[in-house]
Ligand binder design. Sequence first.
Ligand code: CP3
Length: 355
Amino acid sequence: MTALKNDRFLRALLKQPVDVTPVWMMRQAGRYLPEYRASRAHAGDFMSLCMNPQFACEVTMQPLDRYPQLDAAILFSDILTIPDAMGQGLYFETGEGPRFRKVVSTLADIEALPIPDPHKDLGYVMDAVSTIRRELNGRVPLIGFSGSPWTLATYMVEGGSSKDFRKTKAMLYDNPQAMHLLLDKLAQSVTAYLNGQIMAGAQAVQIFDTWGGNLSAAAYQEFSLAYMRKIVSGLIREHEGRKVPVILFTKGGGLWLESIADTGADALGLDWTCDIGEARQRVGNRVALQGNMDPTVLYANPEAIRSEVGRILASYGKGTGHVFNLGHGITPEVNPEHAGAFLRAVHELSAQYHE
Ligand code: CP3
């Protein structure tokens, strides 16, 4: 096993000292990069990139080759691989986002859902992880990921993206037992899937709870957080002689940071609506924080980007426990040079906050 040449991302997640604040960007491999668009055209479509380990590896490496400042790589894949492996029939309509051929609407639909075996049913993801690890050769750590049970359930019940989650919320309130059965199956699937990624070489894992913030406080606890807590307690936490940190990212979860910090996760992802210094005071020493620049700041000029990076670093203050990131994924319209200015600013401006 090659030793890691740059481990400041893993160190910051575990609150160990670092020289500068580590940084990566959610959706760092994606449509804002012309080299990504060329690979996608070559592969045919998005799912063909995900399902071919060579292509998945190629696009994972693209942002690292362009930006030497990146302190982590993230597996190129999608959260919807699990519902697809459960037989829902995932496809992408150009410009329309994800769609499923089969929709989950009744208790019988839920009872019929299988729990995918990561090696048999999602082997292409496991192969992508091991291919990327080999290609990285210790350059930076590799992040594996999954969607949260609640977020996956919204796509499975709605049949795709949604603005109001009408069907999913109706099921939650009309038939909470059915919703709990669905979430329980998803939690088992996610645990096995993330453990498979860890065994294949993922050195940290992130759970994307993109739609948890859309729930009431009470429903968030019962229908999203409870299942993420269950996943965290079932994950392999040490592999290859190193801790494997777990990051929970609930978009819109700023009101609930204390209870998210109590799940046993190592770090919380923050969107841009909360102040990171206040968040640090609230969670204390329990977890590290990842975030949290508004991704639309990248539409502004490099000086404005640099000043916003400086403001966030100052708000977090001195010491370790901060992984810089955007508060959500980078958008396709961003100028790649602005992303470069962002990443450089994080390293240049953060040295003063570390010993
Ligand atoms: O961060 C990375 O670079 C890793 C890759 C990654 C993708 N999707 C690639 C992708 C990750 C971590 C995801 C997670 C994901 N997928 C989430 C959670 C993260 C978040 O944004 O909150 C969600 C909700 C999905 C589901 C999904 N996949 C949607 C809604 C879409 C369409 C989005 C859009 O803007 O059209 C996708 C497609 C997708 N996943 C793309 C990429 C690069 C774009 C597909 C393309 O190339 O056409």
